[in-house]
Design a protein around this ligand. Structure first.
Ligand SMILES: [Zn+2]
Length: 108
């Protein structure tokens, strides 16, 4: 039995409808495990990684670097976001647009 294969039409369709967001690959220069970045405290996520706020307060790691770099300080070997977090409950106006996220959430 032969396995099903994606033909050229699927590849073309995927490239036509791609979102155009390039993955962040800072520090990735060759083979091997991906580089991780240590964070501490809640912090903003890069838009390429869904944006929003990572709510974890303990030390933890991500594959993305601190973005924008100027908003972060080195806190004993971990990146800490210095921006103020704002709490919201449900949809609300945000930066000239409308955030439709239900429930409690944060923005930087
Ligand atoms: Zn995080």
């Amino acid at each position: 039995m032969r396995a099903a294969r994606a033909g050229p039409a699927l590849v073309v369709a995927a490239s036509l409808f791609g979102c155009g967001i390039a993955p962040i690959q800072a520090g990735r220069t060759g083979p091997g495990p991906p580089r991780t970045h240590v964070f501490v405290g809640a912090h903003g996520r890069p838009r390429a990684w869904s944006g929003g706020v990572c709510p974890l307060t303990r030390r933890h790691e991500h594959l993305y670097p601190p973005v924008p770099p100027a908003a972060f300080v080195d806190d004993d070997g971990a990146w800490r976001d210095t921006r103020a977090l704002q709490d919201f409950d449900g949809p609300h106006p945000w930066k000239g647009q409308r955030c439709s996220q239900p429930g409690w959430h944060q923005h930087v």
